[in-house]
Write a new protein. Structure first.
Length: 244
């Protein structure tokens, strides 16, 4: 009678390998969760902080200060800025500012349909100018997309437009509407006329290539449109959120 060959028992996996893998995976997951939470809390803290305290500077200003040696900038509250300046900025950059929560979906769809960029709201530009850096990286856009709704939820519309007007660049080394008004027209921001405000808004977002005091034909044409737009949004109530 033939003897059956005994099959060798299957080798069991070495003890400790699976738990080690699971332990490493848990540690990595826990680290990522903690790191993400820490970044989010820092973002939230800075957003709450600058809802109360005026941002002292930003990454771009620091870079320009090193390059130029000095900057021209004076912070002024919204009460000390001619109301027509805020309306002009909104008319030029974000006519639906009072109606969106940080992203203008209608403008985004129109930009996609036309195959063009743009459609960046004043809220998005404020987040970029205050907290982030210049450039077109996906990382910056992702952080901007996360922070913008938070800023909209925590800041008032008045605060957003106030900060925007005080951190926007209006010429090489000239930041904020107060410095821009003096630089171009020799007046304070509270004394800007409708035409002067429209010209300042018209040179955004490329102030280094345009001049408000010596405008090109295209800047003059845009300023006329901005002035009309500022009057329109005042009449139809689209300026109410930052003028009330």
């Amino acid at each position: 009678m033939a003897l059956r060959k005994k099959t060798a028992p299957k080798k069991k996996p070495a003890k400790g390998k699976k738990p080690a893998r699971r332990s490493l995976k848990r540690r990595v997951t826990w680290f990522l969760v903690r790191a993400t939470s820490a970044v989010f809390l820092v973002m939230l803290f800075l957003i709450v902080l600058f809802a109360i305290i005026n941002p002292p500077t930003n990454a771009y200003m620091i870079s320009e200060s090193r390059r130029l040696g000095t900057l021209d900038r004076t912070w002024v509250p919204l009460e000390d800025i001619a109301p027509v300046m805020a309306r002009s900025a909104v008319a030029a950059e974000d006519a639906n500012f009072c109606e969106h929560w940080g992203f203008d979906v209608v403008a985004i769809r129109a930009a996609i349909a036309q195959g063009s960029g743009g459609a960046s709201t004043i809220s998005q530009q404020t987040v970029k100018n205050v907290y982030l850096w210049q450039g077109r990286s996906w990382l910056r856009k992702a952080i901007e997309a996360l922070m913008t709704p938070l800023v909209e939820a925590i800041w008032s519309k008045r605060r957003i437009i106030e900060v925007y007007l005080n951190v926007a660049e209006f010429d090489e080394g000239v930041f904020g509407v107060e410095a821009a008004a003096v630089h171009y027209f020799g007046v304070n921001a509270r004394n800007l006329s409708a035409t002067q405000a429209a010209r300042l808004a018209a040179i955004l977002p490329s102030p280094k290539k345009r001049s408000a005091s010596n405008p090109s034909r295209s800047v003059r044409r845009k300023a006329v449109r901005v002035r009309d737009g500022a009057a329109t949004i005042r009449a139809d109530g689209r300026a109410a959120c930052f003028e009330s």
